[in-house]
Design a protein around this ligand. Structure first.
Ligand SMILES: NC(=O)c1ccc[n+]([C@@H]2O[C@H](COP(=O)([O-])OP(=O)(O)OC[C@H]3O[C@@H](n4cnc5c(N)ncnc54)[C@H](O)[C@@H]3O)[C@@H](O)[C@H]2O)c1
Ligand SMILES: [Zn+2]
Ligand SMILES: [Zn+2]
Length: 387
């Protein structure tokens, strides 16, 4: 079959690889009909999350069940499914409490309690390096999906792929950020990053009753997208008065909730890059620092942007002084996918309005280059194996 294969930093090509087969009794094989590129894929593409051997990428995908293992009861051949991006058994200590990204069974080689950089990670993820289980991903014609009784969600025929594809990851991720931020009726919410994840968090914030949603990004075209599709207020991240303006917009107190939907690859000055080299840091935690400043005292911060190293000068003094609550991590897609699906089905939310490009899978290399370099006002790329 054809698949988008990561070879080394900046080098992805569509190659012929072996078709996946059922390896475990609970596996299913999905024929992919739509797949997307995520900001998380860029961390591998850019070398911020290391991968030393070739791997099929892609953790955002949906398709048709082609084959099921002998113990699979939840889905059958021919079902149309969306698959959560974290791989989870569904019944271990963590899964049974809703913490599927920390599944004890899906990443046996690298799993551990310490959370070290290179040998003590959480549960597995599709197409997300050997650190997260070494599973091939869904930017491919076919993909092996473990734990067929725990992850895949059946989708009715009347909804298009584009309407539901983002239930794999980015809508439940924005939803998780809003849940972790404890957004409630009347809240002022500031969301850093207006890429696909930030845009989904903006939608989720409105659905949780926010009174004011402020989007921050250095790219004007992404702020324009935010205003157009989500009717939020916007501020440019490069504005010297950014934090002061957020205070002005929030009664001088700061936002009730701040969300980091940027992660370690935030835009940086030359000086910030030089400091990161000296401190042996992967990228920067500057957006967490901005969240800490922008949120009010006794406020809440949710961090869904990805971080891959320790960071010097982490603003623990401000976090303590302001009495903040913070939650980090991979999204709880397994927990929220049903609620998120219901929002789509009932028409309370539209997800496909952020798609800027639809391409055949055969153009994955160009698609990565475009999404990475923000060419052609790219916001979200959907790829189709049969286009
Ligand atoms: N926790 C999870 O489960 C989960 C799931 C999906 C994605 N992610 C992560 O979320 C992050 C965003 O993903 P995405 O797909 O939207 O990626 P993206 O790269 O398209 O979006 C990031 C956005 O942040 C903006 N940005 C850069 N510097 C900024 C700054 N200083 N202030 C404000 N905005 C700034 C960029 O211009 C861009 O629009 C990534 O780190 C990704 O890995 C996490
Ligand atoms: Zn993703
Ligand atoms: Zn588990």
């Amino acid at each position: 079959m054809k698949a988008a294969v990561f070879h080394k930093v900046g080098d992805i090509s569509v190659d012929n690889v072996a078709d996946p087969v059922i390896e475990q009794p609970e596996d299913i094989i999905v024929r992919v009909t739509s797949t997307a590129i995520c900001g998380s894929d860029l961390h591998i593409y850019d070398g911020f999350i290391p991968q030393l051997r070739d791997e099929v990428l892609g953790h955002e995908f949906m398709g048709i069940v082609e084959e099921v293992g002998p113990t699979v009861t939840r889905v059958k051949k021919g079902d149309r499914v969306v698959v959560p991006f974290t791989i989870a058994c569904g019944h271990c200590f963590f899964c049974s409490q809703g913490y599927h990204p920390n599944c004890e069974h899906s990443n046996p080689g690298m799993y551990g309690p310490e959370g070290n950089l290179l040998n003590s990670k959480g549960g597995g993820m599709f197409g997300y390096t050997d650190l997260y289980g070494g599973y091939n991903g869904g930017q491919a014609e076919y993909v092996r999906v473990p734990y067929g009784n725990a992850g895949p969600k059946i989708i009715p025929e009347e909804l298009t792929d584009e309407q539901v594809l983002f239930l794999t990851d980015i809508f439940p991720t924005g939803w998780s950020a809003v849940k972790w931020g404890k957004v409630k009726e009347g809240d002022f919410v500031v969301i850093f990053g207006s890429g696909p994840v930030g845009l989904m968090a903006q939608k989720a914030a409105w659905l949780h009753g926010a009174a004011r949603v402020i989007a921050v990004d250095p790219l004007e075209y992404r702020l324009e997208t935010a205003r157009r599709v989500n009717k939020v207020e916007t501020l440019n991240a490069d504005d010297d008065q950014l934090i002061e303006k957020i205070y002005e917009m929030t009664k001088g107190r700061g936002a009730d909730v701040a969300i980091d939907a940027v992660g370690m690859e935030a835009s940086r000055t030359f000086l910030e890059k030089a400091k990161a080299v000296i401190n042996v840091e992967k990228g920067t935690s500057k957006v967490i620092e901005l969240c800490v400043k922008a949120v009010r005292r006794s406020g809440t911060i949710a961090v869904v942007g990805v971080y891959g190293s320790p960071y010097d000068n982490f603003p623990i003094h401000r976090i303590f002084d302001k009495g903040l609550i913070m939650q980090f991590g991979q999204a709880q897609t397994h927990v929220y996918i049903d609620q998120c699906f219901e929002m789509v089905r009932s028409g309370k939310v539209t997800l496909d309005d952020i798609i800027t490009h639809k391409l055949p899978l055969s153009q994955a290399s160009e698609a990565y280059d475009m999404f990475k370099h923000k060419k052609d006002d790219c916001v979200k790329v959907v790829m189709k194996p049969n286009l």
